[in-house]
Design a protein around this ligand. Structure first.
Ligand SMILES: [Zn+2]
Length: 471
């Protein structure tokens, strides 16, 4: 279950854990519905104002829907032209492989429309062939609407789905020069042709309709050290010549920000490479809450972004309440109340990789379904800062994660792992990064999956190798 807020996590530790878990699940389902509703409302509201699409694509309209499922609509294809859903003989036919249907569920959606981010819901107007002059005339005449070509590579989604290997979480890959989302996988998933009977009650399907990549919020852990590092580079002119001494934690008046190891004496770059909490908690306290919040905002937290026309869940960092040194120290290493959205982190990685210029994520490869809302995304990072961050993130991989470069041959991988502590459960495993010599940015979150390096980095390596080989 994604970490929605601190109080929920506290609740789940309590004696009524099971009960609260159910409530927490409901909150997630509600949030998913709300987001879906908001996205749908944006789409349909716009359509209604302009075209009356609300009426035309209403489920009660028997020309499009049969027994509550979309029966007659345009094809949904991946970027290579693979048909993932089509209408044949008046019936909706999905791709003939259960693994592929599960891997692409949150991108393609289900004909019943439970998955709000799926093309069946998100691009409903396009698929049903509605236009302002003829209404659904084209549909009635031709038997279907317009096709939607998604930006995803379905085979790459399948590779990512298999690499997650049953873990909950999300994998996203984008082309950081064009913004096209090449891989968008959210787990758990289900086969829309064989929907499990226990989907509402089985914890294995917690928040299954939620697209964790676009709408999940997770404690970011040490991936947030990228933001603290950026703040330090911006405000501390001598940062590169500093050293830190780690004896297992950073002591504040209120308590210790614990480090996993005793790293001894490390410089700034080494502190990031080994992910030393002592150094980054100390830096956060020195930088102060206001500076850290400003940098976090500049790098994508506390801001609204869209992927195509779908709004992302907003990453949360800032607080109006003054933090104690202990809280600030933990916030600086991505804990405390910090929550990140995987796609928002992918956008940040893309901006760093792309010379400081963040390109808005796109979910379609053709323009028809893309233009209903203007992209709000304007993530822009100082080019010199982006250049230094690229060097630092490259050194993480060459110094610690894969010194021989054997895991991603031919790719100059850069990035940061995170092992985000979650009360009473296994940590979330994160990797965020990009290739320096090929336009791929990647985010991997394994929910309660363990270590960032042992789990998330390994998944990222598999997926990036496939991306490179498929290209
Ligand atoms: Zn340390």
């Amino acid at each position: 279950m994604p970490s929605f807020c601190e109080s929920e996590r506290q609740d789940r530790k309590g004696r009524k854990g099971k009960h609260m878990r159910k409530i927490a699940k409901r909150i997630w389902v509600l949030l998913a519905l709300l987001l879906g509703f908001t996205a749908g409302l944006g789409l349909l509201g716009f359509g209604f104002a302009r075209h009356g699409a609300l009426w035309a694509t209403n489920r009660a309209n028997g020309h499009i829907y049969a027994n509550g499922a979309m029966a007659r609509a345009g094809n949904i294809l991946d970027r290579g032209g693979l048909v993932l859903a089509e209408t044949k003989g008046g019936k909706r036919v999905l791709y003939p492989s259960a693994a592929m249907r599960k891997a692409t569920l949150h991108a393609v959606g289900d004909p019943q429309g439970f998955v709000s981010t799926g093309a069946h819901s998100a691009f409903r107007s396009t698929l049903t062939g509605y236009n302002g002059v003829t209404g659904i005339y084209e549909l009635i005449k031709n038997g279907k609407g317009a096709d939607v070509t998604l930006s995803i590579d379905a085979q790459l989604c399948k590779t990512a789905w298999q690499a997650l290997n049953g873990r909950k979480g999300a994998v996203g890959v984008s082309n950081y020069e064009t913004g096209e989302v090449l891989c968008m996988v959210s787990s758990p998933s289900f086969d829309p042709l064989h929907k499990p009977a226990d989907i509402e009650d089985n914890p294995a399907y917690d928040a299954v309709y939620l697209n964790r990549f676009l709408h999940g919020l997770f404690t970011p852990g040490s991936t947030f050290k990228i933001i603290t590092a950026a703040c330090a580079i911006t405000h501390l002119p001598d940062i590169e010549s500093r050293t830190f001494t780690c004896n297992g934690g950073y002591a504040t008046g209120e308590g210790l920000v614990v480090c996993r190891e005793k790293h001894g004496k490390v410089d700034f770059q080494q502190a990031l490479n080994v992910s030393c909490n002592t150094a980054f908690a100390q830096l956060a306290v020195e930088l102060g809450q206001a500076n850290l919040q400003k940098t976090a905002r500049e790098l994508g937290f506390d801001r609204a972004f869209n992927a195509g026309k779908l709004p992302l869940a907003m990453g949360l960092f800032a607080s109006t309440k003054p933090w104690s040194a202990l809280e600030l120290g933990w916030a600086g290493v991505g804990q405390h109340t910090t929550l990140a959205n995987p796609c928002q982190m992918l956008l940040l990685m893309g901006a760093i990789a792309n010379g400081g210029k963040g390109v808005a994520p796109k979910l379609t490869a053709n323009s028809a379904a893309q233009t209903l809302l203007p992209p709000k995304t304007a993530l822009s990072i100082d080019p010199a800062l982006a250049a230094r961050l690229r060097e630092l993130l490259r050194s993480d991989v060459t110094a610690v994660y894969d010194p021989g470069g054997r895991k991603t041959p031919g790719l100059e991988l850069c990035g940061k792992t995170g092992t985000a502590e979650v009360d009473g459960e296994r940590p979330h495993a994160w990797f965020v990064g990009f290739a320096r010599n090929a336009p791929y940015a990647i985010v991997v979150v394994g929910e309660n999956a363990g270590g960032g390096q042992s789990v998330a980095f390994e998944i990222a390596a598999k997926v990036l190798n496939a991306a490179k080989n498929n290209a």
